[in-house]
Design a protein around this ligand. Structure first.
Ligand code: SF4
Ligand code: SF4
Ligand code: SF4
Length: 255
């Protein structure tokens, strides 16, 4: 399967053209049309912050909380980077939505057999040795695909070569234990809406499977408490999100 792949998103190079979203929609056979937020039909979307554009998408965490929260193994982190989803295994519990620190999975509320939707890092393209569709479509190099290790070196070199252009941080290098989507920014990440309070450790491992691997009772207890505390807090966020999503859906129905 080879090296772990990743995307390097350099916010200083992004011109907000939305070619990445258009290419993603073609690749994933999603309905055409520009969308401003992630949805069942947009696995990547841009937000604008004082003239700077930020791509949103699944971060393909190295140790993903969505995977550890899923009770039936419907989500899987692959060694070459993508976090994949198997709709046949999914029971629609939405634990992954509650667990994701980046608020990524979207739920098929209107389906009779609902599941979730999100970016899978173009895994079928990776299997053919191709870059992701979004990286291939990007006209400025703002989204670059490659081996994660190489991209980290390149990102470090860009910061070193022009320290006035970038803040001295690669978001995703170690955040939540590392991700396969890395960002460079000209301004502090929190000014662009990034959550910089998530920490550098993987989020609590929430599944019984994970807990069973913790070697002693004290360890099990503290991991479980951390997990329960964390998931309880996440529920409030998700409830807010679900409320606004349902409102959007009502607007769509009325529109
Ligand atoms: S960003 Fe969320 S959905 Fe994507 S791998 Fe990480 S925890 Fe899972
Ligand atoms: S990696 Fe593929 S699925 Fe993910 S945002 Fe890029 S084009 Fe879309
Ligand atoms: S295609 Fe590249 S330049 Fe255009 S919005 Fe996406 S990341 Fe930015």
């Amino acid at each position: 399967m080879g090296q772990k792949k990743a995307l390097l998103i350099d916010i200083t190079l992004c011109v907000g053209c939305n070619a990445c979203q258009a290419a993603c929609k073609v690749e994933n056979k999603l309905p055409e049309g520009e969308e401003k937020a992630l949805s069942l039909s947009a696995f990547t979307a841009l937000s604008e912050h004082d003239g700077l554009f930020v791509r949103h998408m699944c971060q393909h965490c190295d140790i993903p909380t969505c995977v550890s929260a899923c009770p039936v193994g419907a989500l899987e982190k692959r060694a070459d980077g993508p976090v994949l989803y198997d709709g046949d295994k999914c029971i629609g519990c939405r634990y992954c939505m509650q667990a994701c620190p980046f608020h990524i999975p979207r739920y098929e509320w209107k389906s009779t057999r609902p599941g979730i939707k999100k970016c899978i890092l173009c895994a079928p393209r990776l299997a053919k040795g191709l870059p992701t569709a979004c990286a291939e479509a990007c006209p400025t190099g703002a989204t670059k695909f490659g081996d994660r290790n190489d991209l980290l070196i390149e990102a470090t070199n860009r910061i070193t070569a022009d320290p006035g252009k970038y803040v001295a941080k690669i978001y995703g290098k170690t955040d939540v234990g590392g991700t396969s989507v890395l960002y460079l920014s000209p301004v502090p990440f929190e000014k662009l809406g990034f959550d910089t309070r998530l920490g550098q450790e993987p989020m609590p491992l929430l599944s019984m499977n994970a807990l069973s691997k913790v070697p002693n009772v004290v360890g099990v207890g503290s991991v479980m408490l951390a997990g329960i505390w964390w998931i309880t807090n996440r529920r409030e966020d998700v409830a807010r999100e679900e409320g606004s999503r349902k409102q959007d859906s009502n607007h769509e129905n009325r529109g």
